[in-house]
Design a protein around this ligand. Structure first.
Ligand code: CAA
Length: 294
């Protein structure tokens, strides 16, 4: 029987936990729960379809991540897939099969990857199982990837008569180099976690059950850092993949200078000179808010 698009409740396609709570080595929340201040967990929730990225899911995902980005209490976002089999097995092929060039260009869901990549808050993908096609592209749209040792990455679009269309040709080539990306895109070969780590595609590989816990711990470590410096660092490092070196160095210099005079720069340097730990200020109001600036 032909595969049909799965019917889902739009409200459940993406789950948000903010603040997220710390996980044990089996991925289960600790009991009693231990909230991780400043850390949000976003879960792609279509496990029966291996979290395939339908347009509906992509829209909900973009909305959820943008809402967290606008929340000053959110300082790091972890993105994961429900279940143990997949982060996401790609765009929803049953839905894609019904598209043409014009409908794809008009589909707001298809901008989901770019919308996730555009948020200022640092993002971490926690990947177990398949991250294929649009799933790999979503992981690569994040700032870091923590992979379980059961993770499998790949761009299998060539086997469907298409090419990666959500950043795969560009982000993969930038992550692992043109020659290696070309092989993976032209053959659709899947790459296991250990090879992905050797290629420099992922930040870290951990035992499968620990991927979410490790990603949340990493997010908590980032969330504990001074927020303006974190956002500046994210913008600067992202620029390395976007612009020529001279322009990237300009971006870095501008952001570096811009941090001087911020409360956290003053505090961080005073604390170092006083030989004491720094006391970072609480996150401020969202950008553009008029009242309550510290
Ligand atoms: N879209 C829609 N449904 C999908 C899916 C996808 N990308 N991947 C898996 N599913 C569904 C299957 O249809 C199946 O549903 P039913 O039980 O209702 O039949 C369920 O998830 C489980 O999948 P399988 O039975 O196929 O599981 P498996 O273990 O035999 O194989 C797999 C797993 C190798 C990941 C296989 O499902 C697969 O090859 N999936 C497609 C991968 C792919 O081609 N991804 C690229 C999509 S195109 C894209 O992403 C374009 C882009 O750049 C944006």
């Amino acid at each position: 029987m032909a595969r049909q698009p799965a019917r889902d409740d739009p409200q459940d396609l993406v789950l948000v936990e903010h603040p997220a709570s710390r996980r044990g080595p089996d991925g289960a929340a600790l009991d009693p729960p231990e909230p991780l201040p400043g850390v949000a967990l976003v879960t792609l929730n279509r496990p029966r379809a291996l979290n395939a990225l339908s347009f509906g899911l992509l829209l909900r995902l973009a909305e959820a991540v943008e809402a967290l980005d606008a929340d000053p209490g959110c300082r790091a976002i972890v993105l994961t897939g429900a279940g143990t089999r997949a982060f996401a097995a790609g765009a929803d092929v049953a839905e894609l099969a019904a598209q043409d060039a014009a409908s794809l260009a008009a589909a707001p869901g298809f901008r989901g990857w770019d919308r996730v990549a555009a948020v200022a808050t640092p993002t971490i993908a926690a990947v177990r199982g398949y991250a294929l096609g649009g799933g790999a592209e979503l992981a690569m749209a994040c700032d870091m990837i923590v992979a379980g040792d059961d993770a499998t990455f790949g761009q299998p679009e060539i086997n469907l008569g298409i090419i990666p269309g959500a950043g795969g040709t560009q982000r993969l080539a930038r992550a692992i180099g043109k020659a290696r990306a070309m092989e993976l895109v032209l053959t659709g070969r899947r790459v296991a976690a250990a090879e992905a780590e050797r290629l420099g595609l992922v930040t870290r590989v951990v035992p499968a059950g620990e991927a979410l816990a490790a990603a949340l711990d990493l997010a908590a470590a980032v969330a504990a850092q001074p927020v303006e410096a974190v956002r500046a660092a994210v913008e600067a490092v992202r620029a390395a993949a976007e612009v020529p070196l001279a322009a990237g160095l300009d971006v870095e210099r501008g952001l570096f200078r811009g941090l001087f005079g911020t409360p956290d720069q003053v505090e961080g340097m005073a604390a170092f000179l006083d030989r004491r730990p720094p006391r970072w200020r609480a996150p401020g109001p969202p950008a553009g808010a008029a009242d309550g600036a510290s």
